[in-house]
Design a protein around this ligand. Structure first.
Ligand code: FE2
Length: 386
């Protein structure tokens, strides 16, 4: 593993000066998953991850074909949607991909302009600008396709003050497990096919005005058996970060290939959720039954003090506790970060969550990639997919 990667993490502000502002993004609005059974999935995300009930749309609200449960934790909104009959389009998505992310919705000032600017730069339309209204006001929605069948929806909500979107009712539940302290989406990673990473990097540059601010090649991200390449795309204000991975040749099948095989195409690989107390969050998540990738070996933890010293940072957390919980540490010039990855969250070995706490570092844990991938390979071995 090259230690030079971290030094690529130069001042972001300088890089963002080059970003174009034809698509100003205020933040992530919501992430929508198409799932086989939204009611049960909602129970899982509430119980295990501490999401709160926010809004609902289904038979009771006049939605005859689909049902959606909206969950919230601080700034993170998850929407879980299932079809209510066999005619519904969503069935095809679920049959093909299993449970997975369909929509990465972006909060904008002007959805019409976002749609116009991106489609004129080559984006494939998913939904033309559409106004939805109810007694709480109106929302303008528009959507474009990104990799695979994944969609970016632009959401303009300045004239709306309801629970979520028009058509949804507030979901009052008697069952409200405590949040675990997840605050916002730090980044969302997409897996794309062989030799497609640069196509999608260019797409995010040309169509969305994003910039590529970090790159890792297969010489940097590899284990004895497998390799991948990754480029991190960011919008102009740095609020939206989408790393994009593609598989690279190795002795055995990489985790990206495993994902592409089981998702049957490109899609969202993981959602990284930020917390400011990862020790508490991971302690809670473990006690609620969330399984994480196996803890790296002793040598990994023994090397951490040296790695922090290299950049003159002091670890504020107790290393023994981090090790006990399997939390990994990485450092760069600006600080360090703490992170951990769940096992896949549905039957297919596809999407998972990352829990991340940034202590100044702006990277993505490149120093942990090797330990992380070796851990994933142990799981692949068990699944017979390495
Ligand atoms: Fe990540």
């Amino acid at each position: 593993m090259s230690r030079k990667i971290e030094s690529v993490n130069y001042g972001l502000e300088k890089i963002f000066e080059g970003a174009q502002d034809f698509l100003p993004l205020l933040g992530t609005d919501y992430v929508e998953l198409y799932v086989g059974n939204a009611k049960q999935a909602a129970h899982f995300y509430k119980t295990a991850f501490g999401f709160q009930s926010l809004a609902y749309k289904g038979l009771e609200t006049g939605s005859r074909d689909t049902v959606s449960y909206v969950l919230k934790q601080d700034k993170i909104r998850l929407v879980l949607t299932s079809p209510l009959n066999s005619e519904q389009e969503i069935n095809k998505h679920v049959v093909k991909h299993g449970d997975g992310v369909k929509v990465v919705a972006l909060w904008v000032e002007d959805a019409r302009s976002a749609y116009e600017e991106t489609t004129k730069r080559g984006a494939k339309s998913y939904l033309e600008p559409t106004v939805e209204k109810d007694e709480n006001g109106e929302v303008v929605k528009a959507g474009i396709y990104t990799y695979g069948e994944t969609v970016h929806m632009f959401i303009e909500r300045k004239n709306f003050n309801g629970a979520f979107l028009p058509g949804y009712v507030k979901w009052e539940s008697d069952y409200n497990p405590e949040p675990v302290g997840l605050k916002y989406i730090d980044h969302m990673v997409g897996n794309v096919g062989w030799n497609e990473m640069n196509i999608w990097v260019k797409w995010y540059e040309d169509v969305m005005g994003f910039v590529n601010f970090l790159s890792f090649d297969d010489k940097q991200i590899h284990t004895e058996y497998s390799a991948l390449m990754s480029k991190v795309m960011s919008n102009g204000n740095g609020r939206i970060k989408f790393p994009i991975n593609e598989p690279a040749e190795g002795k055995k099948r990489s985790q990206i290939e495993e994902y592409l095989d089981f998702y049957e195409g490109p899609g969202v690989q993981h959602i990284a959720m930020a917390t400011d107390d990862i020790i508490k969050a991971v302690t809670d998540l473990r006690s609620r039954g969330i399984e994480f990738l196996s803890t790296p070996p002793d040598e990994y933890y023994n090397a951490i003090p040296g790695r922090l010293e290299e950049f003159s940072h002091e670890l504020r957390e107790d290393l023994k506790r981090l090790k006990g919980l399997g939390i990994m540490v990485d450092a760069d010039e600006e600080g360090y970060l703490l992170q951990i990855f769940t096992k896949p969250l549905q039957d297919r070995p596809t999407m998972f969550f990352e829990i991340i706490q940034r202590m100044g570092a702006k990277g993505f844990g490149a120093g942990n990639f090797k330990a992380l991938f070796e851990s994933i390979e142990r799981e692949q071995e068990l699944r017979g997919t390495l």
